[in-house]
Design a binder for this molecule. Structure first.
Ligand SMILES: [Zn+2]
Length: 378
């Protein structure tokens, strides 16, 4: 079974030598891109989709989300909007509600959010645990996540739960011991929230090292609330990505630029907390690989919309429209160490979005407008 998408006004492939093509066509065979070229030279296929001159892009790769949770925290958002500051403690409220929720309720909520994301062009999404914080609740979050995506992340080290408030070392021991054993079979990655009010660098190093020993890839929440050694720790441990990067030193930027660790920026967080945006230009201009992701979670960034993140990245963080699109597709794929997604070269997965627009520039030019005509993914 082969399908031709013809009459593509602008096709973004993210191929290094030729990032985009005009008047293009693309053939899908067995869920893979089988051919890319000029519309006039397209081969015969079993079926056809007419893109009607619009833009076609790779599906978005959202490499950072927290979709396994229960409850609503719009009251905290409202309080922040009238002048209060975000602190990491709000996570404990979601932990309480998540522990009380049934498996079915957690799954339904995650499916609803994945549906929202897909309707806006997301074809791959990473999902973290981190609102259970007991052996049983972390393992169940990851089992649910693993039934929804291959990109699952064990985040037992999200915050120290209330019952370990007087014994954080005991909690780290649990996270690196019994909880890791229960969660590792359902996870590809391990992550730590390494910041003020969460885990320090020594704890993060111990947790990520234990996860790597158990076969998990490392990633890190770092430098969201204050400058720290988290970014350089991520680089030192060969983490796939360090996420947030809101407060960076020159040494952090240097370390990222000279490593394979991706800097994943999460503009929905700064939008929703009124923190300053990370200095994306400094990272991009230094040569660091930058990804954009939603960080969809009920506290600090309750958006599932990659187009929204792109609009903010262009308008307020000074990405060019193409840089933002690249970061939301190829950048996300690098942050998940995936070569089969994030672009539309021959051999990559045919995960793509046909837009109701002549160009991806419209994501920022027409903010808040649904520009997705059709999402195709395996
Ligand atoms: Zn996060």
């Amino acid at each position: 079974m082969s399908t031709l998408i013809s009459n593509i006004g602008l096709l973004v492939t993210n191929e290094p030598e030729r990032l985009e093509r005009q008047d293009a066509a693309l053939v899908i065979e067995n869920d893979l891109v089988a051919w890319v070229g000029d519309s006039s030279k397209a081969p015969a296929t079993d079926s056809q989709i007419d893109a009607q001159g619009s833009c076609v892009i790779p599906g978005f790769v959202d490499s950072h989300s927290h979709l396994i949770f229960a409850g609503d925290r719009s009251d905290e958002f409202e309080a922040r909007m009238i002048g209060q500051k975000y602190e990491a403690g709000g996570i404990r409220r979601t932990v309480r509600l998540t522990r009380e929720a049934s498996d079915e309720a957690l799954r339904r909520n995650a499916e609803r959010l994945i549906g929202e994301a897909r309707a806006q062009g997301t074809t791959t999404i990473e999902i973290k645990s981190g609102y259970g914080l007991t052996v049983k609740d972390e393992a169940r979050a990851l089992k649910i996540a693993a039934s929804l995506t291959p990109e699952t992340t064990y985040l037992g080290a999200h915050v120290v739960p209330t019952e370990f408030a007087d014994d954080p070392a005991g909690y780290v021991e649990l996270v690196t011991g019994e909880m890791l054993e229960a969660c590792a079979p359902h996870a590809k990655w391990i992550d730590v929230f390494c910041d003020r009010g969460a885990f320090d660098e020594d704890q993060a190093r111990a947790i990520l090292t234990a996860g790597k020993t158990r076969g998990l890839g490392a990633r890190l929440h770092g430098a969201q609330l204050a400058p720290s050694g988290a970014v350089q720790l991520a680089v030192e441990l060969g983490a796939a990505s360090v996420d947030h990067c809101t407060f960076l030193t020159d040494a952090d930027v240097d370390a990222l630029a000279n490593s394979n660790t991706v800097a994943t920026l999460l503009p929905g967080v700064e939008f929703s907390t009124r923190q300053p945006y990370p200095d994306a230009r400094r990272l991009i201009d230094a040569g660091a690989t930058v990804a954009l992701a939603c960080d969809c979670n009920p506290g600090s960034s309750f958006t599932s919309s990659m187009p929204f993140c792109i609009a903010v990245a262009v308008r307020d963080m000074h990405f060019s429209p193409f840089e933002a699109l690249w970061a939301a597709t190829a950048g996300g794929a690098r942050a998940l160490q995936r070569e089969d997604i994030g672009g539309l070269s021959v051999g990559q997965r045919a995960d793509l979005v046909i837009l109701n627009a002549p160009s991806y520039v419209h994501f920022a030019y027409r903010p808040g407008v649904s520009l997705v005509r059709q999402v195709i993914s395996a």
